[in-house]
Design a protein around this ligand. Structure first.
Ligand code: ARG
Ligand code: ZN
Length: 865
């Protein structure tokens, strides 16, 4: 059952006003809706077809009519209207307590909450559940006063009061028309932590966070992050908050990270709650960016929304771009960029090379829930970033203004966004739009030619596309040229100077640029800041890479040169291992990295990233034959050699940066902690008891979770008593803490050495585990499936374990089951018996009765490659 973009048709009816009454009772929840419906098509009247799933229908009335003809099916309620404009009154019941799919209205702990994007609202009541139907909502909630003291929905609270039988009610009004996917309701016994923000026009907005009692001391960071986001969006984008109240609710059972419901964001508690004892720097950073992301959606997503779900990247790509810029403005821009690109390559590049590859704007889908992907989000953000790179900040901001001038209050398409940018900048992005419709990561081959006689240096770029039917991309290349002394050369083309760094644009399959006045062969630094989401294919010698690692003025490319050098070395070490030779680490590589470690023109945060061995994923993606075991062994050999060559420096700097200062979250401190913990992790590769004691000490004495957890991770690399003791202590301390204990599962499940199937089977038996909670599924099974050396064990035990879990999850939470199904993405790269074993596992899944479309789509597409 495939849905196609080309089949889009505007809705036959619109709903101008939606009045809901939601009565929560112990046994069930009753939803009464009053829908003000207007005809939206020419000619003879068609039936109104409302969506509705898992609903118990009670009654239907058309106001002012004696009767109305209707037809009820599994997934629809069809009504034959007698007029163009009419009001329907529909009553139905839902069962939130048994809703384990966590879509629509469901229970998380003792709290009732909703998740409606993309198509969850149809599980609450009969409706036109599509994003181009925008309506003004009024919501009345009624429930038991003791069990549900808080009754929340979108917009402003306009009435509340007591009712008979210990019940009470609240009425909410949201003045902004919105699609139903932005509707939210929360009811429960929650603590409230409050702050306020004064907008640029002087309005005071109460900011409220609702959490389980006992978590009040974990809200400060989210509130601070929210205030920073509100200020930043005013300062950089000129955008002010529009409602009179902003609420955030944290719940433990949530399929995704968070949801931007108008005025009432709902968050996975892991993405909102933090204090120094229960969250790491990485958690703090991520919370700041997700709070920002959801806040930024208020304009890019809510005020201007998507016409249909094929347009998802319209709001997600743009909002990710905005949250990345926010993080970069608030923290270290260089570090943020490196981390964003790292994440892009380790997830999106892999997706784009695998069986579930799709363009950022897919042309078809079976289940839209499967398309909340790194491609739609992160590659989508890269596409926006390329526009920004080509037209510059000022024109980009003019384009944003144009976008809101033209489309505020509407549901639009990605073309409408690009159009705004074209109008504002005077540029033509017709060809650029291919980024929206072609999948796959383009490979850009670069050849260089230095002409000593003519004093010219020529760079020729050739695009290698995924598919013969694909056409050349339009993309920006930010570049510079370095002299052998490490100086940036002036860039002169056709007699014109472009300074020391410029952006050139590619349009055709092959294109050359000639730089003049070049006296000696330069070293090219291309795609600075990762100016396009491509794979660069250019012969660069080890010497040149070592040179760039030292001298490139672009910190991303400096990092990149180191990673490329390390990958070349890992490739050589792998070859040695495969042919049973003694692997020897190249001195040039060790020297280059040792020099970086001691470099005066790099900060600790940068060094912590640049002095790291490339991820296993990024290495295996480039292997001719997928062999994670060999790659991991080679990584370890290189890491060990780096540790050995720099032992004194690492131990001295570990001690220098080990302080007992109180934890403060900011970019500088975060960088110092990550550097210190990198030193520790390297030292523990050396198998010396003194370093094990260091880690043990740090574990025992740290007052913050960043250092404590880093010590645990370092110890996990060893086979020591200290390791076992720390693991046991961590469990005993955090067993009852839904958020912190997940790190204990994830750390063990990701261990390349020790996370085997037996371990996973023993971890799922501990009392803190619960397969109904998506966070736990991700931390145990998700982490294990991403653990390449263990998941791909020769005996296929990893495959059958994960297949069985997918089958179990499919019966109650298809979305989470489908997410886990993406673990089989390397199927096309496998050979022989290994491939047969994975095939068997995939086929067992397909044989299941009642297989959800979610899982079916992922698994069937995987088997097709
Ligand atoms: N719009 C949300 C966000 O990006 C994500 C919601 C995804 N929901 C889903 N069912 N896949 O913040
Ligand atoms: Zn989003």
């Amino acid at each position: 059952n495939t849905i196609y973009l080309k089949d889009y048709q505007k809705p036959d009816y619109l709903i101008s006003k939606t009045e809901l009454t939601i009565e929560i009772f112990d046994e069930c929840t009753r939803v009464s809706s009053r829908l003000h419906i207007n005809k939206n098509h020419e000619g003879e009247s068609k039936d109104l077809i409302l969506n509705g799933e898992n609903l118990s229908f009670i009654s239907l009335k058309c106001v002012g009519e004696e009767s109305i003809a209707y037809d009820l099916s599994d997934k629809t309620l069809s009504v034959t209207p007698k007029r163009d404009d009419f009001i329907l009154e529909i009553v139905n019941e839902v069962d939130p307590k048994n809703n384990k799919a966590l879509e629509g209205l469901y229970q998380s702990g003792d709290i009732y909450c909703t998740q409606n994007e993309p198509e969850g609202f149809r599980k609450i009541c009969y409706y036109l559940d599509r994003s181009d139907v925008m309506s003004v909502f009024t919501t009345r909630i009624e429930a038991d006063k003791v069990m549900f003291p808080r009754l929340l929905s979108n917009g402003n609270l306009v009435d509340s009061g007591a009712m008979p039988e210990e019940r009470h009610y609240a009425v909410w009004e949201d003045p902004f028309p919105k699609p139903c996917y932005l509707f939210a309701l929360v009811a429960g016994d929650l603590a409230k932590v409050e702050d306020k923000f004064i907008t640029k026009s002087g309005r005071s907005i109460p900011l409220q966070i609702f959490v389980d009692h006992g978590n009040e001391d974990r809200c400060d960071h989210a509130l601070e992050s929210l205030k920073k986001s509100m200020k930043w969006d005013e300062d950089r984008f000129g955008l002010e908050y529009d409602l009179d109240l902003y609420m955030i609710v944290a719940v433990d059972a949530f399929n995704m990270g968070a949801m931007e419901n108008k005025g009432l964001n709902i968050f996975n508690s892991t993405c909102a709650l933090a204090n120094p004892e229960t969250a790491t720097d990485a958690n703090f950073f991520r919370i700041e960016s997700i709070i920002a992301h959801e806040y930024f959606h208020n304009w890019t997503g809510n005020r201007v929304t998507c016409r249909d779900w094929f347009q998802l990247t319209l709001k997600e790509g743009l909002t990710v771009f905005r949250d990345q810029e926010f993080s970069a403005d608030l923290n270290s821009r260089a570090v943020c960029r490196i981390e964003d690109v790292r994440a892009l390559r380790d997830s999106q590049f892999v997706e784009d090379a695998g069986p579930n590859a799709h363009p950022i704007k897919p042309s078809s889908y079976m289940e839209i829930n499967n398309f909340y992907t790194p491609t739609v989000y992160e590659k989508g953000a890269e596409v926006i970033r390329m526009i920004h790179t080509m037209i510059g900040e000022d024109n980009f901001q003019l384009g944003m203004k144009k976008y809101f001038d033209l489309f505020d209050g509407q549901a639009v398409a990605t073309e409408d966004f690009v159009h705004s940018m074209e109008v504002a900048s005077g540029r033509d992005f017709k060809q650029f739009k291919r980024w929206y419709s072609q999948s796959g990561t383009p490979i850009i081959k670069v050849d260089s030619d230095f002409d000593q006689e003519a004093d010219t240096y020529t760079l020729t770029f050739t695009q290698k596309l995924k598919n013969v039917s694909h056409k050349a991309y339009h993309l920006p290349v930010k570049l510079g040229l370095l002299s052998s002394a490490g100086e940036e050369l002036e860039l002169i083309m056709q007699g014109k100077s472009y300074g020391e760094e410029t952006v050139v644009e590619l349009h055709t399959e092959s294109q050359s640029f000639v730089f003049e006045g070049i006296k000696e062969k330069p070293v090219a630094s291309l795609f600075r800041g990762f100016s396009a989401p491509i794979i660069l294919d250019m012969e660069t010698t080890r010497e040149e890479l070592a040179f760039l690692l030292s001298y490139d003025s672009d910190s991303f490319n400096r990092y990149e040169a180191g990673q490329r050098l390390a990958k070349l070395e890992i490739e050589s070490l792998s070859q040695a291992l495969k042919s049973n030779k003694v692997p020897q680490v190249d001195h040039l590589v060790l020297d280059a990295f040792s020099k970086l470690l001691r470099s005066a023109n790099a900060d600790e945060a940068f060094k912590a990233l640049a002095f790291s061995v490339p991820s296993l994923v990024s290495i295996t993606e480039q292997q001719k034959e997928f062999s994670p075991g060999v790659a991991q062994e080679a990584r370890e050999i290189l890491a060990h050699a780096l540790a050995e060559a720099n032992e004194d420096y690492l131990s001295e700097h570990y001690n220098r940066y080990s302080t007992s200062d109180a934890y403060v979250f900011n970019a500088v401190n975060m960088g110092l902690r990550s550097f210190k913990n990198m030193c520790l992790a390297y030292l523990l590769k050396l198998d010396k008891s003194e370093y094990v004691s260091l880690a043990q000490d740090q574990y025992d004495t740290s007052a913050n979770l960043t250092d404590r957890f880093a010590a645990l991770l370092a110890l996990l690399q060893t086979q020591t008593k200290a390791r076992d003791e720390a693991l046991e202590h961590f469990y005993d301390t955090w067993e009852d803490d839904a958020i912190v204990i997940n790190k204990w599962f994830a750390a063990q499940a990701s261990s390349p050495k020790s996370a085997n199937v037996q371990l996973i089977q023993s971890l799922e038996k501990v009392s803190a585990f619960d397969i109904q909670n998506p966070n736990k599924v991700r931390c145990l099974y998700g982490a294990f499936a991403a653990n390449l050396t263990q998941f791909h064990k020769e005996d296929g035990s990893g495959y059958s374990l994960i297949a069985n879990k997918i089958i179990e999850l499919n019966s109650f939470n298809p979305q989470i089951a489908a997410g886990l199904s993406k673990a089989f993405k390397k199927f096309g790269a496998l050979k022989g018996e290994q491939k047969d074993l994975m095939k068997q596992a995939l086929e067992t899944i397909l044989e299941v009765d009642n297989l959800s479309p979610d899982v079916y789509e992922i698994v069937s597409k995987t088997l097709k490659v």
